[in-house]
Write a protein that binds this ligand. Structure first.
Ligand code: SAM
Length: 266
C-alpha cells in the first residue's frame, strides 16, 4: 500500500466495531499517534492491541506542537492524527496543522470512517442532495437567525448538546415557524434514536428530557409551502406596512415575485 507521512484516522463514534481494518493497521504502523485526550485514545488502543506511542494534540497546544511534528517527519517518522471520536477536523482539531504540513510538503491522506454527520445524513430522508453542515449551532437567538437566513435554501445540519437542544429548537420555531426537522441521538450506540417530525412534536417527544449526543437537521422550507413568507407577511402587516410595501420588501428578501407576494397579502 502507498505510504504517507501523515495519516488522518477516524475512530468509532460509539461502537468499537466501527473501527476499520485499515485504521487499525495504520495506527499500528505509524511511529506516533497524535490524539486529543490520551486516556480516551489509550482505551481504543488497548482494545485493538495497538502499542504505538501517543502524544497529545488539541486546540490549546496545536501551534506549539508543529516543531515536534516537523522534527519527527525530518527523522523519517510517520504520524497519525485521531480525535476522541469520529473523524478529525469535523468539529475537531487538525485543520491548522494540516495547512502547515501542506506548506511544508508533507505527504498526507485521510482514511474514510465513522463520522456523526455522514452517519446521520445517510439515514435521514431528503428530497435532494443539498445540505449545509454548520458544525455546532451558535447559542444566541440572533446568531441562530443569521444561520437560518443565510442558508434558507438548504437543509441545515448541526451538532448540538442535549442541554441546549430544546432551547435551540424553540428559537428555530420562533424564527421559521413549526417546520420539520430530523434529529438523531446516540448514533451507533445502544440507545440510538431518530425522529423526523415538526418541532412541536419533537419537543413533546422529549418533554421528560433528552440525553446523549445529537445531530439535527432543519429541513429547508420549500418555496411551495411559503411558511416563512406567510409569517413575515403577518409580522409586517401587524407593524402597519401597506400591501404594496410588504410585496416590495419580501420580494427583495426572497425568491418570490412581487405579484405573488401581493396575492398572498390580499
Ligand atoms: N469529529 C466528530 C465526528 O466525526 O462526528 C465530531 C466531534 S464533535 C466535538 C462532537 C459532537 O458530534 C457531539 O456533540 C454530537 O453533536 C456529535 N456526535 C458525536 N458522536 C455522536 C453520536 N454517536 N450520535 C450523534 N451525534 C454524535
Amino acid at each position: 500500500m502507498r505510504e504517507y507521512q501523515f495519516y488522518i484516522v477516524p475512530t468509532p463514534i460509539g461502537n468499537l466495531q466501527d473501527m476499520t481494518f485499515r485504521a487499525i493497521e495504520v495506527l499500528k504502523s505509524v511511529d506516533v499517534i497524535a490524539c486529543e485526550d490520551s486516556r480516551v485514545t489509550q482505551k481504543l488502543l488497548n482494545h485493538f492491541e495497538i502499542n504505538t506511542k501517543l502524544i497529545s494534540y488539541h486546540k490549546y497546544n496545536e501551534k506549539s506542537r508543529l516543531e515536534l511534528f516537523m522534527n519527527l517527519f525530518n527523522e523519517g517518522k510517520k504520524v497519525a492524527l485521531v480525535s476522541d471520536a469520529g473523524t478529525p477536523m469535523i468539529c475537531d482539531p487538525g485543520s491548522w496543522l494540516l495547512k502547515e504540513l501542506i506548506k511544508n510538503k508533507i505527504s498526507y491522506t485521510a482514511l474514510p470512517g465513522a463520522c456523526a454527520v455522514t452517519t446521520f445524513l445517510s439515514q435521514t430522508p431528503r428530497d435532494d442532495e443539498f445540505f449545509t453542515f454548520i458544525g455546532f449551532m451558535p447559542r444566541s437567538a440572533n446568531e441562530i437567525k443569521d444561520v437560518l437566513n443565510s442558508y434558507s435554501n438548504s437543509n441545515i445540519v448541526f451538532y448540538e448538546s442535549p442541554n441546549r437542544i430544546i432551547k435551540t429548537l424553540e428559537t428555530i420555531k420562533s424564527i421559521k415557524g413549526n417546520v420539520n426537522i430530523a434529529l438523531s441521538r446516540e448514533l451507533s450506540k445502544l440507545f440510538e434514536e431518530s425522529i423526523v417530525d415538526d418541532i412541536d412534536n419533537v419537543i413533546e417527544h422529549y418533554k421528560d428530557g433528552i440525553k446523549g449526543e445529537i445531530v439535527c437537521m432543519v429541513y429547508k422550507t420549500s418555496s411551495n409551502d411559503n411558511v416563512d413568507i406567510e409569517r413575515q407577511i403577518s409580522i409586517l402587516k401587524d407593524a402597519g406596512y401597506s400591501s404594496k410595501d410588504i410585496s416590495k420588501i419580501l420580494s427583495l428578501l426572497t425568491d418570490v415575485s412581487k405579484n405573488d407576494i401581493y396575492k398572498m397579502v390580499k
